[in-house]
Design a protein around this ligand. Structure first.
Ligand SMILES: [Fe+2]
Ligand SMILES: [Fe+2]
Length: 266
């Protein structure tokens, strides 16, 4: 996989956006609204932020296809924010102008240049990969589940794109340096995961992700990405079935019988 491949994929992915069932705007039932409201506000605010600075850094890197892929990546993240925002508008959930988690991530990513910023973003993407699986299980809304499914589909190439870049930047570095940075970013991942869980535990819990299951899911996801960053590691994209293979004990068990479940293509 090359940055040209990533750019081509993003262009094709943008063209293939399926229309979501926005007419299915039934109000969330009170229990699920309590479970998802705050986390929706947090993640909607977090999607697609910091794009201008990131794009400046990508342009300075001097690889045109990398910069073009980064621009398309940022546009996809902004699309996620818009999808979630539109859903929140329909449900009467106010959009946030700022959130402390969003400010923390912006501050963490800024000072140390492109590689550090991409690694911080990757940390957030790992949490998001687990969050949208939990959110899909925590809601009875077919529309919200479809939004989760679309975002999870998009995130697969985001993860591969960042791992591809990190792999190239790590090439030729000393083993000790690579090991030390790996430990640092593992620490960042663990800290980020715990903070996000503490802020959005209602959704994770309703989606069947208690603390133990959540930590295991984060660890598995992060291990997979570390493998993709190694020389020769396979940059793999998972399909919808694998992505939505969530625990069965989520909040959605209390949904009315008539609530349709989304189909999961193999
Ligand atoms: Fe996203
Ligand atoms: Fe993403």
């Amino acid at each position: 996989m090359t940055f040209t491949d990533v750019k081509t994929y993003f262009l094709a992915n943008r063209a293939s956006v399926a229309e979501l069932p926005w007419h299915e705007a039934a109000p969330l039932i009170p229990a699920e609204l309590r479970a998802v409201r705050a986390s929706l506000q947090t993640f909607q605010r977090g999607e697609g932020t910091g794009g201008d600075h990131l794009l400046d850094l990508a342009n300075q890197y001097g690889v045109p296809d990398y910069a073009a892929a980064m621009q398309l990546f940022i546009a996809e993240e902004e699309g996620h924010a818009e999808m979630l925002g539109r859903f929140m508008d329909q449900q009467g959930i106010p959009r946030l102008h700022t959130h402390w988690l969003h400010e923390v991530f912006r501050t963490l990513g800024r000072p140390l240049g492109l590689e550090h910023m991409v690694r911080v973003i990757l940390t957030a993407e790992v949490v998001a990969a687990v969050y949208y699986r939990a959110l899909a299980e925590a809601t009875c809304s077919n529309l919200l589940r479809q939004i989760c499914r679309r975002i999870l589909h998009d995130e697969e190439m985001h993860l591969a794109f960042h791992c591809l870049a990190i792999r190239q930047w790590s090439f030729g570095r000393g083993r000790l340096s690579v090991w030390l940075w790996r430990q640092f970013y593992r620490g960042l991942m663990a800290g980020t995961a715990l903070v996000v869980y503490a802020a959005s535990w209602r959704t994770f819990g309703a989606g069947g992700y208690g603390v133990g299951r959540f930590c295991a899911a984060i660890a598995a996801e992060y291990r997979r990405l570390e493998g993709m960053q190694r020389p020769g590691g396979v940059l793999a994209l998972r399909n919808a079935h694998e992505l939505m293979d969530s625990p069965a004990n989520g909040h959605a068990g209390v949904c009315p019988v008539s609530s349709p479940r989304i189909s999961m293509p193999q």
